[in-house]
Design a protein around this ligand. Sequence first.
Ligand SMILES: *Cc1c(COP(=O)(O)O)cnc(C)c1O
Length: 436
Amino acid sequence: MAPANPLRDLPSVDELLGREELAELAARHGRPLVLGAVRTALARAREDVKAGFPQGDLVERAAAELERLLRPSLRRVLNATGVVVHTNLGRAPLPEAALERVREVGAGYSNLEYDTAAGLRGSRQDHVAGLLRELTGAEAGLAVNNNAAAVLLALAALAEGREVVVSRGELIEIGDGFRIPDVLARSGATLVEVGTTNRTRLGDYERAIGERTAVLLRVHQSNFRMVGFTEQPRVGDLARLAERHGLALVDDLGSGALVETADEPTARSSVEGGAHLVTFSGDKLLGGPQAGLVVGRAELVELLRRHPLQRALRPDKLTLAALEGTLALYRAGSRDLPVLRMLDESPESVRARAERLAALTGGLVERTVARTGGGALPVAEIESYACELEFALAEPLRHGDPAIVGIVRDNRLLLDCRTLSDAEIDEVAEAVRRCR
Ligand SMILES: *Cc1c(COP(=O)(O)O)cnc(C)c1O
């Protein structure tokens, strides 16, 4: 088919929309959406025809456009990077028990803020406060949207209009331009920097304490490590110094952990060390939903709970449901959470998975280094194994559904198998077959 003016051969929008298959789609998905897909398909076909290509099957093209429009924006991704808590890929995959709680609580009404025993209004914070106390040994606990919010709330409640003393070695940027000193400023507190980048002593803190001081703040260095000639006071020494001056010691653990995980500090060790408030993330090493947790002295936690910002930073019911489900696993002594499973798995077992993927795809097994991610244990190298495939697959695998994100290095694609499950290996193999 080669008419004189091939553009004239294209149907009108209405004509195309009227074809049986597209009319059916319009009835099912609504006319505006299908109309948009038809317009885009026709515009693309016009470009193709102008460039000397055939217009193709326009109904098929419109249906493909519609499929793209119907696809959710927030989608599943297979993480083949070997970074367990990958901030760009949604951090912690949730444990099954947490997902069950979300489904149960989200599908209907709940006792979110209702005390069923008393028949009175209750507090949403009560659903996790007990678990937080039990798991950290603290007097009280509170949950907010994320750890940045936890730090903001703690400083706003304890130090607004007053001074917060921090070591120069802890004024960190966490990622995406998010810096601790900026959060601190937003809380209405004034930052007082002490010490030097590599060494800060107890005496540095002590000299900075004045009439306006309210808080000594410790911030976990999270995403970097200093080695060599370094010094930071221990949490216990800082806590005693704070108490001598009637101040509070706030310890931002960043990732934090509830159980021993390499040398990452646990919330319990910080509480036992004497920190008055301890803040940490719900979706880093803890392996739960995005949340910020604050535990510590009852009267201080109560100040946070009553602060107006708490209302703006409080978590929603789905987060609380997932958090309670996650914390309950820890209470049961379980390490059966995806994040901990991936970190705990033996190199041999990861290697066996890489070998299976290599056998299915004709790739090669390569030794790699996996990472914890999420600002925890930045220098800890976890022995891992990847399946090496041709570089040309990187882009089509990323465009697939689910997208597969691996490591591109030296013109090769490495699919790290520490962060892929057994079932996902089959999905990756299938995707590789489709892309070749
Ligand atoms: C990650 C991190 C935060 C922020 O935690 P989010 O849960 O991402 O808001 C704050 N402080 C430190 C030290 C961190 O590592």
